[in-house]
Design a protein around this ligand. Structure first.
Ligand SMILES: *[C@@H]1O[C@H](CO)[C@@H](O)[C@H](O)[C@H]1NC(C)=O
Ligand SMILES: *[C@@H]1O[C@H](CO)[C@@H](O)[C@H](O)[C@H]1NC(C)=O
Length: 409
């Protein structure tokens, strides 16, 4: 009798162990452990569907007019996310994981000092500038700022309109090299008078702070501007096209134009860089927002947004945060075909054109994810007096790389 009881107990124990390990492996399989995920890595769900690591929460549209889709199979991943949320208190977060709790706790700490200002930026021309170009950058990206200054971000008259430029910066996150960068940024600011530096750490999840502080700055120091272009430093902007477009609009009316993303869903996969738990955003769909590559707004809208954003709770994804501010003032952002904030899909869009064919960029406004050299080349080709896009064969290649030479490059 005792032996049987013992055997039963062992049997039960064994079954329990098997069950537990089964459960464990199941979870392990569905949700890889946090420390495997590095912030630099693109979320695996993006695979090849995205051309841009900054905003992989939506699919690359086959055609810009098609409704934007979201890849996450919502239901199952939400279940998984929920399971994880329950266990997060036990598993230590890796260094790269975003600390939501800390973010939520610190959310009210949203006013930071302006360390470098350009108070006269918009006072140089009597009526104020026609267009203010505001570019998100990080202190370390000196070369990107240089190329923007020399190409599409030039200050002065373009097609008869006055253009001014500012770069939006926070303090470098690598504190060990702070002294060097401090010297550089002061020198750079004195030289170009286009640096705005705020006293918050320049991290991906602090871009929302940049958004808020820039809008406040513009409302205070640049209220006489007519229009604003705000974008990233890795874009190519066809300023002539933008001016042409803006000249047909009234700066005293509402205007917000860009690559607008509709019905995007919050990513509930914990390992994604863009993971947003339901505790942070409970709704299943984000408000319409502009892709980060760049967007345009009128002076009137800038002032309204700067007030509205003060009343919106901080949200770690800046594009979406601005969408929430837009929603608050009941303003519908306008989608414009000229904004390609996800880069261009060459084969389907224009198979007969070369990568660097300037004619391809001629009718666009903003193209995202370009290298420094590409921005330089595109701007120079587009401004070449010999540019003619009416014929089929536009640019003659001056020479051809030899096949062998290519491998050694
Ligand atoms: C910070 O910069 C220093 C000097 O360039 C470098 O050695 C160090 O690895 C950097 N730290 C991080 C965390 O990137
Ligand atoms: C944002 O900046 C503040 C101030 O520098 C810093 O304390 C905080 O950790 C940063 N937040 C994130 C999410 O990087």
């Amino acid at each position: 009798m005792r032996v049987r009881l013992k055997r039963d107990a062992i049997c039960t124990l064994f079954l329990l162990v098997v069950l537990c390990s089964l459960l464990y492996f199941q979870l392990e399989h569905l949700v890889p452990v946090g420390n495997k995920e590095l912030t630099q890595k693109k979320p695996s769900i993006t695979s090849k569907t995205f051309s841009d690591s900054r905003a992989p929460w939506r699919l690359m549209p086959a055609e810009a007019t098609e409704p934007r889709l979201q890849v996450t199979p919502v239901l199952r991943q939400r279940e998984v996310a929920n399971k994880r949320v329950q266990t997060t208190t036990l598993s230590p977060l890796s260094d790269s994981a975003f600390n939501f709790k800390g973010y939520l706790l610190n959310k009210d700490n949203r006013n930071f000092d302006l360390l470098i200002n350009q108070p006269k930026k918009c006072r140089r021309t009597p009526g104020g500038p026609f267009l203010l170009i505001a570019i998100k950058s990080v202190v370390e990206d000196f070369d990107r700022r240089e190329i923007v200054r020399k190409t599409w971000g030039r200050e002065g008259l373009v097609n008869g309109e006055q253009i001014q430029r500012v770069f939006l910066l926070g303090t470098p996150k690598n504190r060990t090299v702070l002294a060097t960068w401090e010297t550089l940024i002061h020198q750079e600011s004195q030289m170009y008078r286009d640096i705005l530096l705020w006293d918050f750490m320049d991290t991906f999840f602090n871009l929302t702070l940049k958004e808020i502080h820039f809008l406040n700055w513009a409302a205070e120091f640049c209220h006489n501007v007519k229009f604003i272009f705000k974008g990233d430093a890795d874009v190519f902007v066809n300023v002539e096209n933008i001016i042409d477009f803006l000249e047909r609009h009234d700066p005293t009316e509402d205007l917000f134009v860009g690559d607008i993303i509709y019905n995007a869903r919050p990513i509930r996969v914990r390992k994604s860089k863009y993971y947003i738990p339901e505790t942070m955003y409970g709704l299943s769909i984000y408000p319409a927002y502009a892709g980060g590559g760049g967007f345009l707004l009128s002076s009137h809208t800038m002032r309204k947004l700067s007030r509205a954003c003060k009343e919106v709770e901080l949200f770690p994804i800046d594009d979406v945060f601005l969408g929430m501010c837009l929603q608050r003032i009941n303003l519908k952002p306008i989608l414009h075909e000229g904004f390609k904030t996800f880069g261009i899909v060459k084969p389907s869009a224009a198979p007969h054109l070369q990568t660097f064919d300037p004619c391809f960029y001629k009718d666009l406004m903003v193209v995202h994810s370009l290298k420094v050299a590409e921005i330089w080349l595109m701007w120079n080709l587009l401004h070449s007096p010999r540019l003619s896009c009416t014929q089929k064969k536009q640019v003659k290649k001056p020479f051809q790389w030899k096949k062998k030479a290519q491998t050694t490059m």
